[in-house]
Design a protein around this ligand. Sequence first.
Ligand code: CTP
Length: 411
Amino acid sequence: MTERALEGRRVLLGVTGGIAAYKTPELVRQLVERGADVQVVMTPAARQFVAPLALQVVSRRTVVSDLFARSEGAEVRHIAMAREADLALIAPATANLLGKLAHGIADDPVTTVFLAVTAPTLIAPAMNDEMWRHPAVAAAVERLEEWRYRFVGPEEGFLAEGYAGVGRMSEPETIAATLAAMPYSTIARAGGGAPGDLDGVRVLITAGPTREHLDPVRFLSNPSSGRMGYALAAEAAARGARVTLVSGPAEISAPAGVELVRVTSAEEMLAASQRAFATADVFIAAAAVADFRPARRFDHKQKKATLDPHLELEPTPDILETLARDKGERFVVGFAAETENVIASAHDKLLRKHADLVVANDVGMPDIGFAAEENQVSIVAPDGSVIELDRAAKRTVAGGVWDAIVTTRKA
Ligand code: CTP
């Protein structure tokens, strides 16, 4: 993913009282650098290890460490803070925090807020190695994992006690990168668990533009960046899917855990997609495939003087339509970039291309869709019903699209 993988995301950071809390200003800086808007809540014990002012300066937000303080807002502030979070993180998480969270005890600002969190939550434990090995801590971790809390670390290293052992909090950069790879589901879940609702599901996604060459240096193409397809792949992998991403030329690296197959032309995209489609459960056609290609392709660069200014074109294969024609049990999703009659045109495309859902973009609107950071889409179903998603970063939109796929597949 891009460096600013947390663009526009509201991250709630809970800081509890361990020596590793001194690393949290750097952690906040790493999150802000990735585009996150960070709200810090800390326990009184954490204030012994890191100054609230330091966290306030790096997060550019008031740090909450006393839920009853008048200056920190109304009585139900902890519910608002929990609800506003897109992603939540506890770092460092002490043995005390793990024990309390696993038993529903809310007696300090962090546990009180985090019991009300429904966003995917990452926990970075830090403690003495003997404490980490204690069966009570191991049981709490197991229980929290069952509730789909995710963990990063602790790692082996030099502990505050002066010897090496397992218990060190992961480095801020590792924690920030792990958080950035978390699922972005918009469906709230009790227990703050991250969804694993695509566990074992095999997914094929096409992404990016295609290039239809006239000769080695000239081609027909379009400005698609591939970002939407890559975001869908990253989100699916984060939710447990096995993803094959067939991508035309795009300047994005492969999302973690995704098999990336690079292709150039529509013809190559079709061939690579056919192979992956054979074993896929879900197919999303997010690529902006060129509709036409030069009828004749030259192996050598043509001289300007000899080029015919009238280019003869022929249609490229329609990958979505070709594959979906024989889709069997597979769930198929298409994209529709429209400028007029967006919903009606998308619905027409859905029927014509045998899709189960079509994600419609109004590409006439400024700053969304093609090659943009953000997107705003409507998801159209065969019965004509429409789910409107809010305008958001493409990774957030990807979360909403997957929520719609998961819900519709089950129905
Ligand atoms: N698509 C495809 N192969 C193509 C063209 C399109 O797989 N050769 C897929 C796209 O990935 C997208 C959907 O079809 O999921 C819609 O593409 P679009 O180009 O809008 O469809 P067209 O049939 O060309 O519609 P229009 O008449 O609006 O151009």
